[in-house]
Ligand binder design. Structure first.
Ligand code: SAM
Length: 250
């Protein structure tokens, strides 16, 4: 056997075939969809909201811009973007329909309905023409994607010249002591919280493992440059528990 069927990747700490991973990730997010927003607040003690606001501060949405929010889930990023730019439009794309359905139930979905689309799709094969969007965001999504380089190439393709990419993702802490403390919290507390609140330990075990497998800030910045983006910069959030990466299609 040759080609993609022989290639492996990781699903948390497990090694799996590339062709298996998307289905497993889809399973995780289908399981967590109905508790996703509550769990985000519980696990991060509300801090994910501060990180998402920091993303908007750096992005500075402007009227008339067209946003593509990939792996957009229940809409947190698109809602924030539209709130800050009254004449902007947003498309939330996600491969897990149940996440989008949860987003569509939120009050903001109703109030932004005329400026917002929800689309089921894959970050690695976007159903849009080249040069279509001013801004591409992906928040806590890219570490779940099977081939990150393919998703970044697609981001570059669909952005207009002058368009901007911004990624919010868990990242690595700068020193071993802090990392150890953080690991203690994440590996011990988060799967238990998943069990207690959502009745689902395994999905949250995957979540913490996938965080540890994601490349550090410098390596990920290099991958963004490889995809063709210019002026690539990053900012740590909460000392590097998460990071924002920005790049431009010039
Ligand atoms: C942790 S949630 C993030 C949701 C939202 N962006 C946020 O910040 O709260 C990750 C999302 O990525 C989606 N996802 C994972 N792989 C994807 C892919 N290849 N294409 C599109 N969406 C994907 C999942 O379905 C899930 O909804």
């Amino acid at each position: 056997m040759t080609g993609d069927r022989d290639k492996t990747t990781h699903f948390g700490f497990q090694t799996v075939g590339e062709e298996e991973k998307a289905g497993m990730v889809h399973g995780v997010f289908s399981n967590v969809a109905s508790n996703y927003d509550v769990m985000n607040d519980a696990m991060s003690m509300g801090i994910h909201r501060v990180w998402k606001d920091a993303m908007m501060d750096w992005l500075a949405p402007r009227n008339g811009q067209r946003l593509l929010d990939v792996a957009g889930g229940t809409g947190d990023i698109s809602f924030r973007f539209l709130r800050r730019a009254s004449g902007a439009r947003a498309t939330v794309l996600d491969m897990t329909e149940s996440m989008l359905i949860e987003g569509q139930k939120r009050a903001e979905a109703e109030s932004f309905a005329d400026r917002l689309d929800w689309i089921v799709g894959d970050a690695m094969a976007l159903p849009f023409e080249a040069n279509s969007f001013d801004v591409y965001t992906i928040s806590f999504g890219i570490r779940n994607v099977t081939r990150i380089a393919d998703a970044l190439a697609e981001a570059f393709r669909v952005l207009k010249p002058g368009g901007r990419l911004m990624v919010l993702e868990f990242s690595q802490l700068p020193n071993a002591g802090l990392q150890k403390l953080y690991d203690l919290y994440s590996f011990n507390v988060i799967p238990r919280m998943g069990q207690a609140i959502a009745g689902d330990r395994d999905s949250y075990q995957y979540l913490v493992e996938s965080i540890r497998k994601f490349p550090d800030q410098e390596i990920f910045a290099g991958m963004i440059r490889e995809a063709g983006f210019a002026q690539v910069k990053y900012r740590n959030l909460s000392m590097g528990i998460a990071a924002l990466h920005s790049g431009w299609k010039i």
